[in-house]
Each structure stands twice: as C-alpha cells, then as structure tokens.
Design a protein around this ligand. Sequence first.
Ligand code: ADP
Length: 264
Amino acid sequence: QAESIWQVTARRMDGARIVIALRDTSELEAASAQRRDFVANVSHELRSPLTVLAGFIETLQGPAGDDPQTRTEFLGIMAEQAARMTGLVADLLSLSRVESVEKIRPRGMVALEGVIRATLAALRPQIENAGLTVTCDLPDMPEIPGDYDQLVQVYHNLIENALKYGASGGRVEITGQHIANMPGYDGAVLRLSIRDYGEGIEPIYIPRLTERFYRVDKARSRDSGGTGLGLAIVKHILGRHRGRLIIQSQPGQGARFDTILPCR
Ligand code: ADP
C-alpha cells in the first residue's frame, strides 16, 4: 500500500472562518513518479542504439571507411541498431494505443484459432531460425468478443517470447481449452496456453514480468531484439478484453503463459 501524502490548504475566509482542505495526493505522486521512470527508460533505450550508431558513423568517416570489408561489417551493425530503434518505437506506439483506449470495450467477434494460425504464419521465419517444432492442439472453440489485431499482437508477443527464450527446449506447445465455468468469471472462458521448455524464470521475477521495460536478463533480451514492453502490451490488451494472463515457470523447466478470455 502506497503511503499517503497529504496536501493541506488553509484559507482564511470572511474574518474568523478558516477552511482546511485535505487531499490524498499519494496516487498522483505515484503516477508522476511512474511517468518520470518511463521517460527515463525510453530515453535510455533510445540513446544506447544512437550512441552505437554515432560511433560507427564517426569511424566510417575516418580512414577505416575506405576498407570495403570494414564498411560492410559496420553497416550491418548499424542496420541492426536502426532495426532495434524501429522495434522500440513500434512497441511504444502499441502500448500508448492500448493504454489510451482502456475504457472502450472491443467490438466484433473473433475466432482464436484464426488468430493463432495468422500469428504462426507471420512468425514462420523465426520458428525456422530457432529450429523449434511448434505444435497446436486447438479444439472447436466458440468465437469471442474482441479486437482481431490486438489479439494477434497478444499471441505474437507470447509465441515470439517462447521462440526467443525457449529455443533450447526443442518444442513449443500451444493448447486451447473451452472452460464452461471458470471461478471468478461469469460464464464460459477460453484458456489458451503457450508452453516452452527453455531456460524458464525464477518464480520471484514472475510478478514483475508485465511491468514496462522489465527484463530478467537485460543483455540477453536486447541481443534477441527485445524491448521489455511485450508482456506489458499483452497485459493491457487482455485487460481490455476482461481477460488475464497467468504465468507459471521454474528455472530450467521452461515457462507456460496462459491467457484467459471470456466468451461473452
Ligand atoms: P522482451 O522484449 O525483453 O522479450 P517482454 O515484456 O516480452 O520483453 O518479456 C519480459 C521478460 O520476461 C523478458 O526479458 C524475459 O526475461 C522474460 N520472459 C518472457 N517470456 C519468457 C519465456 N517464455 N521464458 C523465459 N523468460 C521469459
């Protein structure tokens, strides 16, 4: 629980009467601290690739730039850094889009099976690169109210993570389940789980994974093109759909990310 910070204002009105207003500003303080952290994080994340780019440009402007082999190698690194910045900006835009429309309920009906097929098709090159087998066990599931593009983004982020962090496990399993009565939900839900057998996560880190920019291993995430925003986006989109994310993992035993989405 956040500590309360009281803002006190006293005003003297018509001679003897004094009005004292008490306002709890702890939430405002917390929101503004969060905003400051966020801006600091964004600046840091954008500055590191820019520093690398500036360094390489400077080198290429010198005599080293005349050597064709050095030029090819450096341009490759520069392209990678530019791609990293593009990825970060894309994730920031997604996050701000899903955050700004938090209150609007998604309209339209979506078939999750179609969402998964489309996501797997888009991720095909990464699947082949990771050398993983992806299996899908999706029973007949009813369509659910939702936003197709946003749901594609949820499963794209989760499956991409399974490919990045679960590569050592050989396989990724996607399973769907239609649950008629889920405690805490008014009616039926769809549970979709993405299971990998990779490095896994220490349980103490699990509650923080959906925080913006939180990464268990910053260097590892960055090397694989991660921004630390993927799971924050997933959590927001699921929230908009009145759903939630359940994460289970043990180090060395892989991880399982379950999405729960209501059927109506
Ligand atoms: P990133 O862009 O770093 O992948 P995410 O928000 O998607 O950011 O994930 C946050 C962190 O959670 C990752 O940096 C990683 O440490 C951890 N993580 C996510 N998915 C998995 C997974 N399937 N296995 C192990 N760790 C994971």
